[in-house]
Write a protein that binds this ligand. Structure first.
Ligand SMILES: NC(=O)c1ccc[n+]([C@@H]2O[C@H](COP(=O)([O-])OP(=O)(O)OC[C@H]3O[C@@H](n4cnc5c(N)ncnc54)[C@H](OP(=O)(O)O)[C@@H]3O)[C@@H](O)[C@H]2O)c1
Length: 352
């Protein structure tokens, strides 16, 4: 098959204009695997970082290195039609519409006409969803659910979501507002205030109008129970600590660096970042508020079904780009801007 792949790394933080049509092996499902005719894929910040070699700050974690002999085909979020099943697969049949997440980092491949992965990485596409909706749910839905699990009981909790208009933030705002929280406050730029209100927030603060911690605190009382950080950076933690009560919980998806992986990090800086994470997670257990890092796991499909799909929670789609060299370049440009409202999807014209 022919797929859009990379034969060299794009520059760190630069334009991803080096996608090219490469010949790739059409994957055949092994035991417990299924293969899909891909209809749509969605981008994650990690796709850009894996391409650039800066994922996790660039530590050597077996990140695939593109070359003309072994082109790199990105793409974790996929949806499509099952076109073959491996030995032992009983959950899906050829012709089923599914969506899922391709793991691990060194075996992506969703941005191709066909892809293959273990059966537990896929879920049936809900009847009233199109393929773009499915592709947009994978990693964002899985990470949102992993975060909700960490947060635990939401009863009467006052919550703040930082990065409320992003892919994961917007799912969390919807999920929190449909649960029994007492208040959901979203933090985003002015351009997204109305949008974040429309998906269920009770109050939205434009972070350009002042430090949001001060704007919410008014009077200095620490009355917030849960703060979810979807953008990272020490300043986010500083604002959060102005608000969180002693029993509160700060859950970060990114840690002390904003959009970790946007830059190549030195080994010394990496050590500092990981030391910060470990010490904050350990010591906050004794002296609240608690600090936790969400880390990606295999999607909990039961939770995604019951908490998101059954509650009519979908990913917002920022934009759909064509599966072409120009389309993919444009999609990555949008991703790297960090201005996307929800997910960036790449899809062939006929995907419904
Ligand atoms: N820990 C894990 O398991 C895990 C898993 C997946 C992803 N992640 C990480 O989670 C982060 C979020 O991922 P995502 O896919 O949701 O990102 P995303 O969709 O690319 O986030 C884009 C959003 O970020 C917002 N934003 C940018 N700068 C901001 C700022 N200074 N303050 C508030 N919001 C800001 C933008 O809103 P405005 O335009 O309104 O500012 C935009 O809506 C990424 O760093 C990703 O690497 C972690």
């Amino acid at each position: 098959m022919k797929a859009l792949g990379l034969i060299s790394r794009p520059p760190v933080g630069g334009t991803h204009s080096n996608f090219t049509w490469v010949k790739a092996h059409r994957p055949k499902p092994k035991k417990d695997q299924i293969s899909l005719q891909v209809k749509a894929t969605a981008l994650n910040v990690d796709d850009a970082h894996i391409a650039e070699g800066t994922a996790f700050g660039g530590i050597p974690m077996g990140l695939p290195k593109p070359s003309s002999k072994k082109p790199l085909i990105l793409g974790m979020d996929v949806s499509g039609i099952v076109d073959a099943i491996g030995e032992g697969v009983t959950d899906f049949r050829v012709g089923d519409r599914v969506f899922g997440v391709i793991y691990p980092w060194n075996r992506l491949g969703g941005m191709a006409p066909y892809c293959c992965a273990k059966v537990n990485q896929f879920h049936p596409l809900p009847k009233d969803w199109n393929f773009q909706d499915g592709a947009a749910m994978g990693v964002a839905g899985a990470t949102a659910c992993a975060t909700l699990k960490i947060l635990g009981d939401l009863t009467n909790k006052r919550c703040v979501v930082v990065g409320a208009s992003g892919s994961i933030g917007s799912i969390l705002v919807q999920a929190l507002s449909k649960s029994n929280t007492s208040e959901v406050i979203g933090i985003c730029s002015a351009a997204n205030v109305n949008y974040v209100m429309s998906i269920g927030a009770n109050r939205v603060i434009d972070y350009n109008t002042g430090p949001w911690g001060d704007l919410i605190a008014q009077g200095g009382e620490k009355t917030v129970d849960l703060i979810i950080d979807c953008i990272g950076g020490k300043d986010t933690e500083i604002e959060a600590l102005k608000l969180l009560n002693k029993d509160g919980h700060f859950v970060t998806l990114c840690g002390p660096v904003r959009f970790f992986g946007d830059e190549q990090t030195s080994v010394a800086s990496l050590m500092k970042i990981y030391t910060h994470l470990i010490t904050r997670m350990l010591f906050s257990r004794f002296k609240g508020p608690k600090y936790t890092l969400t880390y990606g796991t295999l999607p909990d499909w039961k939770m995604i079904q019951e908490t998101l799909i059954d509650n009519d929670i979908k990913s917002t789609i920022d934009n759909i780009y064509a599966y072409s060299e120009e389309g993919v370049e444009g999609a990555f440009k949008r991703l790297q801007s960090h201005r996307n409202r929800g997910k960036i999807v790449i899809s062939s014209n006929e995907a419904q």
